[in-house]
Ligand binder design. Structure first.
Ligand SMILES: [Zn+2]
Length: 329
């Protein structure tokens, strides 16, 4: 058991969910129906993706850099032969709301795309309620400028006191074109200004993607679809929805570091691949250091009310996930 604080979570403790919540949908790339359950995390385990496998076993895949298998059009993580793809919008919602501990159960190989944004997951998390654990919240502090580039695209990170992302897109397309947005990412800005931005795709690329087994679940309901000269499903939710979705992706992809990145990230025409490459470079080249979150961000300590929850939503519980799995400690 561990003590958690409910209502007004402290900023320097790891946050988790008070309850479990679920959502169903189809996978953007596989087109397959899938159910996802978000539940309070286990102590010291961060964000974990849990997938049932043959023999009523449950395979846990920590959402960490070392478990990233692929970054082509989405983030795929895996371990011991079990993979899950398109996790980026869910982990973006968790990171955007400052949640560092969560078990995500999924009964298929891909997370549901829902409406193509992170908003359904933000609402789900709000419905579950955010609470604090007694674990110290950590952060990655950027120590020196780092840059990764590829074919005229780049992403860089600079030391800064806050968590800022400045993003520029530049498409040779009359509808999407060039746009830039710079935001300091916290729970409020994320929920208000990032979460609702939907993924987008070009009609001209659909056949090519499908020939590669991608976008099989792509629909007008789960992505902004761009034709040669117009949107197929207008209107946009915000005038700069395209670049804001790139920020949404970057928040999720960089959360693969396992703790918030305190620094200024600047991206130009970047991609999942470059986002993850930056994370690898920062850690691999020692350009970040892992510090208590309280040392690098704010000093507000909010009021606390306490209650007790069991450690790990499904530890020893038979009533939890509807797709029955044998939870492993
Ligand atoms: Zn995305």
């Amino acid at each position: 058991m561990r003590i958690v604080q409910v209502e007004s979570p402290k900023f320097d403790r790891i946050r988790t969910l008070a309850d479990q919540v679920e959502i169903s949908g189809i996978g953007l790339h596989t087109g397959k129906p899938v159910k996802l359950i978000m539940a309070p995390g286990r102590t010291g385990r961060g964000i974990e993706v849990c997938r049932p496998v043959a023999g009523h076993q449950l395979r846990r895949i920590p959402v960490r850099l070392e478990n990233v298998l692929d970054t082509d059009h989405c983030i795929t993580i895996g371990r011991d032969g079990v993979e899950v793809c398109t996790i980026e919008h869910v982990i973006s919602a968790l990171a955007g709301l400052g949640i560092g501990s969560c078990e995500i159960f999924v009964d298929g190989p891909e997370f549901p795309i829902v409406d193509g944004s992170a908003l359904p997951f933000v609402r789900l998390i709000q419905e579950a309620k955010v609470v604090c654990t007694d674990e110290e919240r950590r952060a990655w502090e950027v120590l020196a400028p780092a840059v990764v580039s590829q074919n005229g695209s780049f992403i860089s990170a600079f030391p800064d006191k806050c968590r800022r992302i400045s993003y520029t897109i530049d498409f040779a397309h009359p509808v999407v074109g060039k746009d830039s947005v710079s935001l300091e990412i916290d729970e409020r800005t994320y929920a208000r200004e990032v979460a609702a931005a939907r993924t987008f795709g070009f009609l001209a690329e659909v056949e090519w993607l499908r020939s590669r087994g991608l976008a099989l679940g792509g629909r007008l309901e789960n992505a902004v679809v761009v034709g040669d000269c117009e949107l197929l499903n207008p209107p946009l939710r915000m005038p700069d929805e395209f670049v804001r979705h790139k920020i949404l992706d970057a928040v999720g992809d960089l959360s693969i570091l396992g703790a918030p990145l305190i620094g200024h990230v600047c991206a130009y025409k970047a991609s999942h691949r470059l986002h993850v490459s930056l994370a690898r470079q920062l850690v691999g080249a020692g350009m970040v250091r892992n510090v208590p979150y309280a040392d690098v961000a704010g000093d507000a300590v909010l009021p606390v009310r306490r209650h007790i929850v069991h450690d790990g939503a499904f530890a020893g519980r038979a009533d939890a996930p509807e797709f029955s799995v044998a939870a492993q400690a």
